[in-house]
Design a protein around this ligand. Sequence first.
Ligand code: LLP
Length: 420
Amino acid sequence: MNSFIESVNYFKGNNPEDIVKQYGTPLYVYSEEILRDRMHKVSQVITKYPYTANYSVKANTNVNILKIALEEGLNCDAMSTGEIEMLFKAGFPKERIFFIPNNVASSELKYSIEHEVMTSLDSLSQLELFGQCCNDMNVAPEKRLCAVRINPGVGAGHCEKVVTGGKKTKFGIAEEDIPEIFKITEKYNLTIAGINQHIGSGFMDGQPYLDAVTNFLEIALQFKNLKFIDFGGGYGIPYHKLDDEKDYPMEDFKKKLEPILDNFVSKYGSAPMFKSEPGRYCVAESSVILGRVHATKQNNGHLYAGTDIGMNVLVRPSMYDSWHDVEVLRGGKPVSRDNLIEQNVVGNICESGDILAKERKLPRIETGDLACILDTGAYGWSMCSTYNSRPRPAEVLICKDGTVKQIRRRETIEDLMMLF
Ligand code: LLP
């Protein structure tokens, strides 16, 4: 594909140069159309049984994006009380939030108990702590509900750092510890309302997830009267779309999932609410970053294009060696990919690892061009930092009707100074 942004009319007739003239660079630019499309697709993964898709907000907690998730009928999962606060700010009621923390202090558990947000505990010691918090707060027996996160023994993901199931991970309670769960719930008079798992992030082959669901549902038979079973997130997106990579095979995946659920429902005798926790799938493809090329150079035969998109703006390439497609825009239009030469697209941060695209075949980049980095809506802004005291970028939304709306203002040096 020569240009993704042209193929989907990403900017809806706006010239990216006009957008950055108003909002500056680096700039996260979201497409409302793509956002709503992906959010709708995940809400349809299970149609035969009661099902909710919980958007996993760690991928992107912009409150204006959360409001769109609310409108699209998604529930959400949160990893911290900060994420819960963002959800409340966006208008989510407590019933539509699932808190899935890892290794938290009693203060966070007390917050979720006080706000009556369903909470999953991912170790025996956190379950014990939750029970103690309920005792400390004199929680009534009928309100002592929680979930537990089980490790189904299967993991998957785009790299080792994001695999969260299987033998080598800090997450979840191992299957052999399930009898201990029941001892703790009895001790504190807790009721396990649901169980959840999450095997990892960013896989394009659904089979490990289906295997994990199969294992998990076998495990679920040990729990009586479950109100919900949550299979976790992880569906990948085509990061190599300029090389025509195909989408995650959602339809095929749906077809394979259904008989696994049928089998469970007939054994269990009823269908609890099934849930999933997609983060990346909902938001990744809905954003690009626009950055200015401020310098080009040749160092010992290697070509570099120096942009203002440092690793503080998008950390995924330096953190995971992740691939993000790059389009080169000149005068706001994509430069043809007919003649490609190997170049390095780098940022403005004082680290040699500050590389967005390494030895990448791209149209020859010139100073003054815009670099347009694709698929940055998930784990993009939410993982930004102020390293090198660089304020974090602004975010704008291209609405369905083509209007451009700022959905987060650019951070300023004054904002950074406010902490002192
Ligand atoms: N549920 C739980 C419990 C999780 O830990 C995660 C992601 C998700 C759901 C959502 O996974 P998703 O559908 O987005 O794959 N920063 C990494 C990804 C880390 C994912 C952490 N947990 C990246 O940029 O690739």
